[in-house]
Design a protein around this ligand. Structure first.
Ligand code: FES
Ligand code: FES
Length: 143
């Protein structure tokens, strides 16, 4: 199968049951995408497909025809610095998924309200409880 990830085309040969997260991490070495629950509950594995947040742990790789963006493809996004400024990271395990979801939000709505942020980020769980700081980072992502 062919997969376009962060603007690069890749050809991978994997069993049909392989998830997008497995392809990204195990075949392409893009380990910035984290897998926590592996059941579609936590958002740690969020990537974008054609700009929309997608849970890569429950997405079969062979069903993906759009362009995939992972946290590696967002390394220069202003949100990364905004998360650091707001101190929105503790253990950091959820952070790649948080940034990927937030990047999709600000692309669609560059000045999101708190309600929009809470709605867009509802699928991204942080067991360290950094939610207020994540909100602050997104509110001030362009500062
Ligand atoms: S690891 Fe995919 S939703 Fe939790
Ligand atoms: S920073 Fe630890 S889970 Fe979010």
């Amino acid at each position: 199968m062919k997969l376009v990830v962060n603007g690069e085309e890749h050809v991978v040969e994997v069993p049909v049951e392989t998830s997008l997260a497995e392809v990204l991490r195990d075949e392409l070495g893009l380990t910035g995408t984290k897998v926590a629950c592996n059941e579609g509950h936590c958002g740690a594995c969020t990537v974008q497909v054609d700009g929309m947040p997608v849970l890569s742990c429950i997405t079969l790789a062979h069903t993906v025809s759009g362009r995939v963006t992972t946290i590696e493809g967002l390394r220069d996004h202003p949100l990364v610095a905004a998360f650091v400024r707001a101190d929105a990271v503790q253990c950091g395990f959820c952070t790649p998924g948080q940034v990927v979801s937030a990047a999709a939000l600000v692309a669609a709505s560059p000045e999101p309200t708190v309600d929009e942020i809470r709605h867009a980020m509802a699928g991204n769980i942080c067991r360290c409880g950094t939610y207020p700081k994540i909100e602050e980072a997104i509110l001030h992502w362009r500062d």
